[in-house]
Design a protein around this ligand. Structure first.
Ligand SMILES: Cc1cc2nc3c(=O)[nH]c(=O)nc-3n(C[C@H](O)[C@H](O)[C@H](O)COP(=O)(O)OP(=O)(O)OC[C@H]3O[C@@H](n4cnc5c(N)ncnc54)[C@H](O)[C@@H]3O)c2cc1C
Length: 472
């Protein structure tokens, strides 16, 4: 058992390391448990903390992009992992590209030298009794711990695969070519947008899916196709196309019960689009999880009716990932509803990507710090947009019915402009001006929230903060 007042963190990846350093700086003692190098994950190569398993890019720094905005907020919040990333920066245009070795070595050294942090190299096989407990074991959480979590929260609340369908910006679609409708619903009414395909459109799509270039599997991480097949919902759309020319038309693209009100007829096949959020600023292509390269997805799906100007907010993917059904398992304080005092964070909570995981680690530490903010960051900010996607009920105005984020299936989120609430009024000047307005609103709302959250704290410069007590 650890002493009272100590926070235990399992997992010294990007989110666990951020949480440990942040808590330490707020004066909290931390025990950090990391299983590497003794127990490997299949993707990590070293025993270093915060190791980047694949690309060495943390994406854009341009504050006019969603990722740049997230970094700006993280800097203001004093993210120490981001600080180390900036020190390890190597040339990479507008992106934050780092020397991966020096980045994770410096992070490890910083944690090892921190008097408030005890780093123990051990594997955790069951949820330990210590509270508060942060679970930051990431997409490749050790199977024994996953097994224990499954028993404690229910097998339908944790996934092993991430089957992501492409997400598109609603305003970039030519809606005159699509029609609303649910299978067997009233024509022209319903939750789905349907892309009608005639036999030639359908044949072309199947042909493209069969021949499109695919992403090679990650050695040691991806499961064999026969294992993947056991997870029906995880079948990539191109694998379904491989199993026969009509499989898609009888599967996710079946048009049955979908009458196009403009023709009065049922099309040969449909691509169904499901709303990503209540405001319908973004839609996903239902059942189109794919291992096609991003450039191929762009080329192929752009041929669909109404898609010639499409803007992809995220591309489809399919890979091994351990993540929770966040909207149903998390409370508004980011703790598990079923196990008091346990705070999952990072990728396992349902975000994807290096910077998003760091952001969750920072937020979890903030809410566990001696002076947590009284309110969640507004949904109009980058960190708030992420949180709203994970815990939509906490952001829903009282009296409003649950939106698609609460009622529909959950897939992990990475940050894009489609997660931000729409602007209150129309902005002239197209996509660029719209984004500038979203960024301006985010900056204003973030500054107000942070200022309020830090009332007990003297802000000296945006990168560091000092408590009024003088404690660092
Ligand atoms: C193969 C692969 C490629 C990826 N490529 C990219 C990419 O290019 N760009 C990108 O942005 N994101 C990528 N990701 C996602 C990225 O890994 C995560 O976004 C990020 O690392 C998640 O941070 P985290 O802290 O949640 O988990 P991690 O950084 O994975 O950290 C989790 C830590 O927990 C430890 N751990 C696990 N189980 C236990 C246990 N039972 N006991 C003790 N310790 C444990 C692990 O050893 C690890 O150090 C990739 C993921 C995978 C699996």
């Amino acid at each position: 058992m650890t002493a009272p007042g100590v926070v235990t963190i399992v997992g010294g990846g990007l989110s666990g390391t951020e949480a440990a350093l942040s808590l330490s700086r707020a004066g909290v003692r931390v025990v950090l448990l990391e299983m590497r190098p003794e127990t490997p994950t299949g993707a990590h190569r070293t025993g270093n903390l915060g190791e980047l398993v694949c690309s060495n890019s943390l994406k854009s720094l341009d504050p006019e992009t969603a990722h740049g905005l997230l970094k700006e907020e993280l800097r203001t919040m004093g993210s120490l992992v981001l600080e180390e990333a900036m020190k390890a920066r190597i040339p990479g245009g507008g992106a934050l590209v780092v020397d991966r070795e020096s980045f994770s070595r410096s992070l490890t050294a910083r944690v090892e030298a921190d008097p408030n942090i005890t780093l123990r190299r051990e594997r955790v096989d069951r949820i330990p009794p210590e509270r508060p407990l942060i679970l930051a074991t990431g997409p490749l959480t050790h199977p024994d711990l996953t097994g224990d979590l499954l028993e404690r929260i229910g097998s339908d609340r944790l996934s092993f695969y991430d089957a992501i369908s492409p997400v598109v910006d609603t305003q970039s679609l030519d809606l005159s070519k699509l029609f609303r409708g649910d299978r067997y619903g009233t024509p022209g009414v319903g939750d789905y947008l349907n892309v009608p395909l005639d036999p030639e459109n359908y044949r072309q799509l199947v042909e493209d899916l069969l021949h499109g270039e695919r992403v090679p599997p990650h050695e040691g991480v991806e499961d064999r196709p026969e294992v993947l097949r056991a997870f029906e919902a995880c079948q990539p759309v191109e694998s379904l196309a491989e199993s026969g020319p009509d499989t898609l038309a009888f599967g996710p693209m079946r048009p049955v019960g979908l009458v196009d009100p403009r023709t009065g007829r049922i099309p040969h096949a449909v691509v169904q689009l499901r709303a990503e959020n209540r405001e319908e600023t973004a839609f996903n292509l239902v059942g189109f999880q794919t291992k096609l390269r991003y450039s191929e997805q762009d080329r192929i799906f752009r041929k669909l009716p109404g898609f010639s100007e499409v803007l992809f907010l995220r591309y489809g993917s399919l890979h091994r990932n351990t993540f929770l059904d966040a909207p149903r398992v998390l409370g508004p304080d980011l703790a598990l509803r079923k196990i008091a005092g346990v705070y999952p964070t990072g990728q396992m909570v349902g975000v994807e990507g290096y910077t998003e995981s760091v952001a969750l680690g920072r937020l979890t530490a903030l809410f566990l710090s001696p002076r947590p903010p009284e309110i969640l960051p507004p949904a109009t900010t980058a960190v708030g947009a992420l949180l709203r996607a994970l815990i939509p009920s906490a952001y829903r105005p009282e009296g409003d019915p649950p939106g698609p984020g609460e009622t529909g299936p959950f897939s992990p989120v990475n940050l894009h402009f489609g997660l931000f609430p729409p602007l209150p009024s129309r902005v002239r000047g197209g996509k660029g001006e719209r984004r500038k307005a979203i960024v301006a609103r985010a900056r204003r709302d973030f500054a107000a929230w942070w200022q309020k959250s830090m009332e007990n704290v003297v802000l000296e410069d945006p990168g560091t903060f000092h408590l009024r007590s003088g404690r660092d």
